[in-house]
Design a protein around this ligand. Structure first.
Ligand code: FAD
Ligand code: NAI
Length: 465
């Protein structure tokens, strides 16, 4: 240790990095975390999961009041939008949580090295003009917005924005065009639609939400259309010009054909995210990135250079905060000589729209490629709690191996799908069969009963349909 400043130096204080740093310190390792942002918590706490959920939650209330859902339950109100206060509560949520990480760093004696780090050798980095040697270095630099050539983002002007800009719009746009029908486009498109914007979503593929189960993608499309989002599928944006406070986009069919133009007050570019490795001077550490710009690791999160590890959005796999956190814990445990494992087959994903969309494990399409499957489906319309709460949209789908009955995937569209999916993930982690879920007693009346009934439907025996 004498030669080293730290046992573990983490680069990046997002959910991957800050969790890895805290766990390493808990395990008795002398730990530092370099972060260039002014606050800890990374994309997730500063400009991602947390502020987007603050706006989703608030706008959901507004729509319930403005759109008649509350009136249908006998609560008649005429809401007035105070966007300043809505943004204020978003900022408060971010401030509280990022400050909380700073407190946890102090509590666990993790040194925050303020500044952007770059490698100076295999076991040293420079931060704000000082060089630190560390026995282990964890790269947790996360990801940033993928740019779209010809559609230049300028968040300050609030005309063509990325997700960070879309969280902070000073007024509700008349017409918002979302480029990309993925998670960000649908979540932030929903926020502004609920607050009064007309939203058009331009998606390159023939369906929204790539990577999700086929039935879920179709049903989600139907629900969002019903809510008023207009979709232009199989369409690409080839350019944009900003004229004063408006943007004019040029669109073309994805397969080629005649171009058309589309005018917007705000354009949200949300076509994916790319790993952050620029500026790290990876070559000085002897590291290279793969074709997708990611740092490859072994299952224990070690890279090809001994002593250098990587986790979170910067390595392959879904770009999700909880995946990054679990990798952070496992990586720190591996550095400490324990056996830290992440089961990448069971990482839930949730889209926090209304209703929520959640899944874990294989899609039906993926499962069928691997062998014979049995599928059970149960509509939320037949779930007593959802029906009572006026939440008829959606379903639960359980996909099981035809021979062993082992659950391979679970997909839900339901108001609280994000909460419901946790039990499916836990069941799959324990190797459950659909019968195990079907014979587990679920409290009544809960949305989760729909998971039990979908599991019962795998063998053809649901009660309520
Ligand atoms: P990040 O959170 O990106 O953190 C990396 C940190 O490293 C950053 O703070 C960066 O400043 C710092 N850094 C980079 N380079 C250096 C350097 N050289 N030196 C020092 N510091 C450096 N995921 C979910 O699971 N649920 C959600 O609801 C969700 N919502 C999202 C909403 C939006 C709008 C966005 C954009 C993302 C959302 N995500 C969500 C994704 C989630 O934010 C990421 O998967 C997660 O933050 C990845 O964590 P990470 O630690 O790998 O990286
Ligand atoms: P995404 O990968 O989810 O969706 C991007 C969409 O854009 C895809 O449907 C893709 O086909 C489409 N697209 C790509 N190029 C296009 C083009 N030129 N024209 C039109 N469409 C095009 O990416 P998104 O929404 O930007 O989110 C990035 C990441 O952030 C996701 O990987 C997700 O994991 C994470 N995230 C997670 C959230 C959650 O867990 N609730 C919320 C928000 C983001």
């Amino acid at each position: 240790m004498a030669d080293y400043d730290y046992d573990v130096l983490v680069i990046g204080a997002g959910p991957g990095g800050y969790v890895a740093a805290i766990r390493a310190a808990q395990l008795g390792l002398k730990t530092a975390c370099a972060e260039g942002r002014e606050t800890l918590g990374g994309t997730c706490l500063n400009v991602g999961c947390i502020p987007s959920k603050a706006m989703l939650h608030a706008s959901e209330y507004f729509e319930a009041a403005a759109g008649g859902a509350m009136a249908a339950m006998g609560i008649k109100v005429k809401p007035e939008l105070d966007l300043g206060t809505m943004h204020g509560q978003r900022k408060d949520a971010v401030k509280g949580l990022t400050g909380g990480i700073e407190f946890l760093f102090k509590k666990n004696k993790v040194d925050w090295l303020k500044g952007y780090a770059q490698f100076t050798s295999k076991d040293s980095v420079e931060v704000a003009g000082k060089t630190y040697r560390a026995k282990n270095i964890i790269i947790a630099t996360g990801s940033s917005v993928t740019p779209l050539p010809g559609v230049e983002v300028d968040n300050d002007k609030q005309v063509i924005v990325d997700s960070t800009g879309a969280l902070e719009l000073a007024k509700v746009p008349g017409h918002m065009v979302v480029i990309g029908g993925g998670v960000i486009g649908l979540e932030l498109g929903s926020v502004w639609r609920r607050l009064g914007a007309k939203v058009t979503c331009v998606e390159y593929l023939d369906q929204i939400l790539p990577g999700m189960d086929g039935d879920v993608r179709k049903e989600a499309n139907k629900i969002f259309k019903k809510q008023g989002i207009e979709f232009k599928l199989k369409t690409k944006v080839t350019g944009a010009t900003v004229k004063g406070k408006k943007a004019v986009l040029t669109l073309e069919p994805a397969a080629g054909g005649d171009a058309e133009t589309l005018e917007a007050d705000v354009v949200l570019v949300s076509i994916g995210r790319k790993p952050n490795t620029d500026g790290l001077a990876l070559d000085k550490a002897g590291l290279a990135v793969n074709q997708r710009g990611q740092i490859e690791t072994d299952h224990d999160f070690s890279t090809q250079v001994p002593g250098i590890w990587a986790i979170g959005d910067v390595i392959p796999g879904p770009m999700l905060a909880h995946k990054a956190e679990d990798e952070g814990i496992a990586c720190a445990e591996n550095i400490a000589g324990q056996t830290g494992i992440v089961n990448h087959d069971v990482i839930p994903s949730v889209v926090y729209t209304w209703p929520e969309i959640a899944g874990v494990g294989l899609t039906e399409e993926q499962a069928k490629e691997k062998g014979e499957v049995k599928v059970g489906k149960f509509p939320m319309l037949a779930n007593s709690r959802a029906k009572t709460n006026h939440e008829p949209d959606g379903f639960v789908k359980v996909i099981a191996d035809a021979k062993t009955d082992r659950v391979l995937g679970v997909w839900c569209i339901a108001s609280v799908a994000g909460t419901m999916i946790a039990q499916a993930a836990q069941a799959m982690e324990f190797g459950a069969t659909s019968e195990d879920i079907a014979y587990t007693c679920h409290a009544h009346p809960t949305h989760s009963e729909a998971i039990k009934e979908a599991a019962m439907a795998v063998t053809g025996k649901p009660i309520h349909i």
